[in-house]
Ligand binder design. Structure first.
Ligand code: ADP
Length: 387
């Protein structure tokens, strides 16, 4: 039997054991798709109530950053992927040496999980990114007063805008981080977009249409998104070329989200890359032929890449825990949203809410962009995540 078919037959019999490090909502959506491939999938997460807990074939509650925990968890596996980059990379390297397929590669995760290494990688590869300095202590910022306005970013440990501080002038320097960080020139952003790129073990790539992101100014969380983003042709080409260059430079199979800025002059800059399925790709479940989750399993199983193109344009509204409410979650206005046409509600199975917590998302599909924005706004005002 040809290798590909043998491989497919093998896993359709459920003989391959795969796993996800991290049991949050991204892992949960990967598990939902895993069922279609007949994959038995284990999950490791430190939260005993993680969204993946009830859905995985085996759930292990344990640290993602501890060498022994990750190594012992991974030892019996055929293949492993991540839904969060804050994992013990040394353990993944050891597993890779012992023959476990780890996608994305530990080497790629190591570069991406540290913003200093990530920025140096872009510079080494001559990938357009905002000019930057590296700081070890907050006092180093005094050497870069002329460089302001800038954005200070913690090397490790930041997420969802935490660990990112805008420094407009000398007076803001006290807000900077007293730990290894990147000080990056502030870009005059006209659009923030994300492109998802998938690469298989043969080095073949496919690229999803761009998504345009709009952020909540209070929580800095993705608030609202449209895909495909409306870009000038040249901007789209630049963005695609940059996104591809990032992934081919990382030399790692897997699925990656490349976040880019388009500045007011129309230039395109890479902001950062995620080496995993990403918030900016939630809509691909309903709106694209092959979702980002389907695509990643295809890569891990050595199957042909899927079709990333959109079936219809789409919007995503994130369901974020409302300010002032903590405790058992209540989705106010859910019935009204479920009555709307071509609207798909995803709840992440988190039983408690708190301000700013990602609790779910809603995807809208339509060939009409006005319909998308109209419905997105209506959903934002109708559906509230309270306690
Ligand atoms: P995180 O990894 O926490 O998502 P990001 O590096 O993506 O952090 O930064 C969060 C947000 O801060 C971005 O989406 C963007 O709006 C803003 N930002 C980040 N870097 C810059 C920059 N160099 N210039 C202007 N705004 C920036």
């Amino acid at each position: 039997m040809p290798a590909l078919l043998r491989n497919f037959a093998l896993h359709m019999q459920g003989d391959l054991t795969l796993s996800i490090l991290g049991g949050g909502q991204l892992g949960r959506m990967l598990l939902q798709e895993a069922i279609n491939f007949n994959i038995s999938c284990r999950v490791l997460d430190p939260d005993a109530h993680a969204p993946c807990k009830e859905l995985s074939s085996e759930f292990v509650c344990g640290s993602l950053s501890d060498f022994d925990t990750v190594y012992q968890f991974g030892k019996q596996l055929d293949a492993l992927t991540i839904e969060i980059e804050a994992v013990n990379v040394d353990a993944l390297e050891q597993l890779e040496k012992e023959g476990v397929k780890v996608y994305p590669t530990p080497a790629a995760i190591r570069i991406i999980k540290n913003k200093i290494l990530q920025k140096q990688f872009y510079a080494d590869q001559e990938i357009p990114t905002a000019a930057f300095h590296i700081t070890q202590h907050s006092s180093d910022l005094l050497n870069h007063i002329q460089f302001l306005p800038a954005v200070h970013k913690l090397g490790e440990g930041g997420y969802d805008g935490k660990g990112v501080q805008v420094l407009n002038s000398e007076a803001d320097i006290e807000l900077g981080f007293n730990a290894p960080s990147v000080l990056e020139q502030k870009v005059k952003i006209s659009k923030e977009i994300a492109l998802i790129v998938a690469m298989n073990a043969k080095g073949e790539t496919v690229i999803y249409p761009p998504a345009e992101m709009i952020f909540d100014p209070v929580y800095n969380l993705l608030d609202y998104q449209i895909s495909p983003a409306k870009l000038e042709e040249q901007q789209l080409w630049k963005a695609q070329a940059i996104a591809r260059k990032v992934i081919t430079g990382l030399k790692s199979p897997g699925l990656f989200a490349v976040e880019l800025f388009i500045d007011r002059e129309g230039d395109v800059w890479v902001n950062e890359t995620a080496p995993r399925v990403h918030n900016s790709g939630h809509h691909t479940i309903e709106a694209n032929y092959s979702s980002q989750y389907d695509m990643l399993w295809r890569i891990l199983l050595n199957l042909p890449l899927g079709n990333p193109n959109e079936i219809l344009p789409s919007a995503i509204v994130n369901l974020i825990g409302a300010e002032g409410y903590s405790g058992s979650v209540v989705y106010e206005g859910l019935d009204e949203v479920l009555k709307m046409e071509n609207v798909f509600v995803h709840l992440y199975g988190k039983t408690t809410t708190k301000p700013g917590r990602k609790m779910g998302h809603v995807t809208i599909i339509s060939k009409d962009y006005l319909d998308l924005t109209h419905k997105a706004n209506k959903i934002k005002h109708t559906l509230k995540v309270i306690a």
